[in-house]
Design a protein around this ligand. Structure first.
Ligand code: CU
Length: 268
């Protein structure tokens, strides 16, 4: 039995990312500490109720417990919590925040939240996303606000509602919002990031399991919040590659057609 088995007892979704085990390990410790604290303080409360019951002490005892036991317990709790923070939480955070993947097979994509859905923009076969600006957004022709003059964006494609990823390859997600604060919560990946208007945030993870899960919005964002669901689909890398190539080719073709149809600038 491991420390994190207790998480499953509380109904936690099984982990499906590389760093997720570390998150679960820490969460397992937190759960055990909270159980010890919850049970311990409840016992203390019962003792206090019994010792200071009205029958025995008709007048309030302004000194209460004498002795140093409670002080020592408090110091013990502070030490355990410091170990959790400095020994587990900070190293895990710095690992995720400072060590972004740089391998050439890294998928760099963008998740754009809006009331009440998610758009997922992929870089296409050039593996480069276009820059974007919320001012470029046009409901019909440019749902992600990509820069139409950025050559990296020519083969970018958008998959609304489904975040499809290959298993075993690192993914960097740029998370942004068109309107209010949302949060891209990928529970089985043990990763989530706020989508804040005007801010370009990032997160990364490496899926280790194939499967299909719900993506939820982790910030109460308005009346449609509960319906703001999307799908996370992790598939074999070869399936992902052929799907992405197909989508990318058709996006590039559409870009070409749109350029051909656009009026040419007047020659001087
Ligand atoms: Cu939302």
């Amino acid at each position: 039995m491991s420390v994190s088995d207790i998480n499953q007892l509380f109904g936690q979704t099984p982990v499906a990312s590389e760093h997720g085990g570390l998150v679960d390990h820490m969460l397992g410790f937190v759960h055990w500490v909270m159980i010890v604290l919850g049970v311990g303080w409840s016992i203390y409360l019962c003792i206090a109720f019994y010792r200071f019951r009205q029958k025995k002490t008709a007048n309030a005892d302004y000194h209460g417990f004498r002795g140093h036991a409670t002080t020592h317990i408090e110091i013990g709790v502070v030490i355990v919590e410091a170990i959790l923070l400095l020994g587990f939480a900070f190293p895990l955070w710095s690992r995720q925040a400072d060590e972004y993947p740089t391998s050439p097979d890294t998928i760099r994509m963008r998740a754009l939240g809006e009331k009440f859905l998610w758009n997922f923009q992929y870089p296409g076969t050039d593996m480069m996303l276009s820059t974007w600006d919320p001012r470029n957004i046009n409901g019909a022709t440019n749902t992600t606000g990509k820069d139409l003059h950025d050559p990296n964006g020519r083969d970018d494609f958008v998959n609304p509602g489904t975040m499809k990823l290959p298993v075993g390859r690192p993914v960097i997600v740029d998370v942004a919002s068109k309107d209010v604060i949302h949060n891209l919560a990928l529970v089985p990946m043990r990763a989530s990031q706020d989508a804040t208007p005007g801010v370009k945030s990032h997160m990364w993870f490496k899926p280790t399991k194939e499967g299909t899960w719900d993506i939820i919005c982790g910030q109460l964002c308005g009346p449609g919040h509960a319906q703001m669901k999307a799908i996370l689909e992790v598939v074999p890398a070869t399936d992902y590659d052929s799907w992405a190539k197909e989508q990318s080719d058709s996006a590039a073709k559409k870009t070409k057609e749109a350029e051909a149809a656009a009026p040419k600038p007047a020659a001087h």
